[in-house]
Design a protein. Structure first.
Length: 325
């Protein structure tokens, strides 16, 4: 099978937004390659080490590639993408010197090539993400997340995902029920289950993500602890008001923890739904927030009766932990 490949050479700051734009335009897959320079600040608190650069992408730059089935109107896709990206400076996101390329590629040329860059990664004190095709020996008390992201988002390497994983490790208590909104590859849902959650409901709007998260839950032996559903944000909870609906969702409403690693603009759309899904005193982990949107998200959380109990930063991103009053 052959695919249209669209390449966007842009800034690291714009990765999250542009990846989402490409995804929303119907891409069958999205790949992201950031600068391999050793000059940027690295987190070595967990003993991470870094090899020599694997690419020549300049520091602060990134290459994002989207793949569309052959026959797609790529001129229309490109124009819509350029329009969306052109609006990013209004939100404080630098897109300087962004360029575009298009070509036709064979599926096997892109579906597996990126795997050479995905290695076992220690993301927190206890959590390590291991690609299914890599060998790795776990240390004492180390929790291994077996992951094959396929064509879905989420290897744990992006700042927003690693922030969420570190935060989950701090807040998850044995026996809690968790909802993961925008699950992607299912990495956060799997982490929550590994950390002791009784059950996790993982939802995503993208059927590819639902398939990927379901398979990754199986690879980790967590099918009985994770329920994956196709849903637009928390729409699926409207089916959970009955005993039959609760059985289908796996979690018992209201839950103790909700985690969402999606764009700030989307987080602002369903604050009330999160509030309704949480028990009193329950925790909401909100990530995917660029610093320029931090104040807007904080304001919305406060207005929806959440108290900010913690916030953490990584590069230009912030994660909130908020407690329902």
């Amino acid at each position: 099978m052959r695919w249209h490949e669209i390449t966007v050479n842009t800034t690291e700051m714009a990765i999250e937004m542009i990846s989402n734009f490409i995804h929303e335009l119907g891409a069958g897959g999205v790949s992201i390659e950031e600068s391999g320079t050793l000059n940027k600040e690295r987190d070595t608190s967990l003993g991470q080490w870094y090899e020599l650069p694997l690419n020549d992408i300049p520091e602060g730059r990134a290459v994002i590639k989207g793949y569309f089935v052959e026959g797609t109107d790529m001129n229309g896709i490109l124009e819509r993408l350029k329009t969306s990206i052109g609006q990013l400076p209004e939100f404080g996101i630098d897109i300087s010197d962004t360029t575009y390329e298009m070509r036709i590629v064979d599926e096997e040329d892109w579906a597996n090539a990126w795997k050479q860059y995905f290695k076992p990664l220690r993301v927190s004190e206890r959590l390590t993400i291991k690609p299914t095709w890599e060998e790795y020996k776990a240390g004492q008390d180390e929790l291994i997340i077996e992951l094959d992201p396929g064509m879905a988002f989420g290897t744990g390497t992006h700042a927003t995902t690693s922030l969420c994983l570190k935060t989950l490790e701090k807040v998850i208590r044995p026996g809690v029920d968790v909802i993961d909104v925008g699950t992607g590859s299912g990495v956060l849902a799997i982490a929550a289950a590994k950390l002791g959650a009784r059950h996790v409901l993982a939802v995503d709007l993208d059927p590819v993500a639902v398939s990927s998260a379901t398979e990754n839950a199986r690879l980790n032996g967590l099918e009985s602890h994770i329920t994956v559903k196709l849903s637009d944000l928390l729409q699926v909870l409207r089916e959970g008001g009955t005993e039959e609906g609760t059985d289908r969702l796996g979690v018992r409403l209201p839950v103790q923890v909700v985690v969402a690693n999606i764009l700030a603009e989307i987080l602002l759309l369903f604050m009330q739904d999160v509030y309704d899904a949480l028990e009193s005193g329950g925790l909401y982990i909100a990530s995917g927030i660029i610093k320029s949107k931090e104040a807007a998200v904080e304001k919305a959380l406060t207005e929806h009766q959440f108290d900010i109990v913690e916030r953490s930063y990584d590069q230009d991103w912030v994660v909130f932990v908020a407690r329902k009053r």
